[in-house]
Ligand binder design. Sequence first.
Ligand code: SAM
Length: 236
Amino acid sequence: MFSPEGPTFRELTRQALSSVEHGYDLLAGKFDATPFRTPDRVLASVADALEPLGPFDAGLDVCCGTGAGLDVLRSVCAGRIAGVDFSAGMLAEARRTHPAATLVRADALALPFAPVFDLAVSFGAFGHFLPYEQRILFAQVHAALRRGGTFAFPLPAPPRVGSVPYWTLWAFDAAMRLRNAVWRPPFVMYYRTFRLADVRSALRAAGFEVELRAMPALGVRDDGSPRCRLVVARKP
Ligand SMILES: C[S@@+](CC[C@H](N)C(=O)[O-])C[C@H]1O[C@@H](n2cnc3c(N)ncnc32)[C@H](O)[C@@H]1O
């Protein structure tokens, strides 16, 4: 699962026993060598799906980590690009690889921005937010967008009930709930708390109009449905 440049089992365990913020500080230097970084083919597919929806001026990557989504913004935004994350370690890595981006340390649940962005994206971070926090997060992104602005992110189809990936994610979430019941600080990371129907209604509650876009490069499932869709939420 991890390359030789990635974290050791001991390092991962230390990270998993920390808070989310401190855990990512510990992991930052090796994060890009883990499967937790959004893969390039997903980033490329999102950039392709966004291309016809532009042109965009200023762009924001929410929970940018080491900056995977900043390259997507660079390819579709003509103006300033920015990333926000609460881990100083992850931001330091992003600063090293994306010196021209504006990088801001802040909690995504309290974004420190006026409505100046035309496009916001986010990758791989929604599992860190409990369902009631997802609603706050969407409201914060909505407030950071200009009128007519777009919030877009990929949403993989859930694994088929009873399949190996289904039970793997189920077991991961169960282990995390157990860990959080007995250990402080909590490390919130659940894979099964971000479902399309809930996401759609939470985005609408935040004031967005929502549509889904195909991401054909990421393939289809046995029943012909897409493996991943791009959620496109527009601030009217
Ligand atoms: C799995 S990483 C994803 C990083 C990057 N977006 C990517 O796809 O490679 C999740 C990121 O979310 C950040 N994060 C989690 N909760 C956050 C919060 N409440 N506010 C800001 N950043 C947060 C973490 O610090 C971490 O950098």
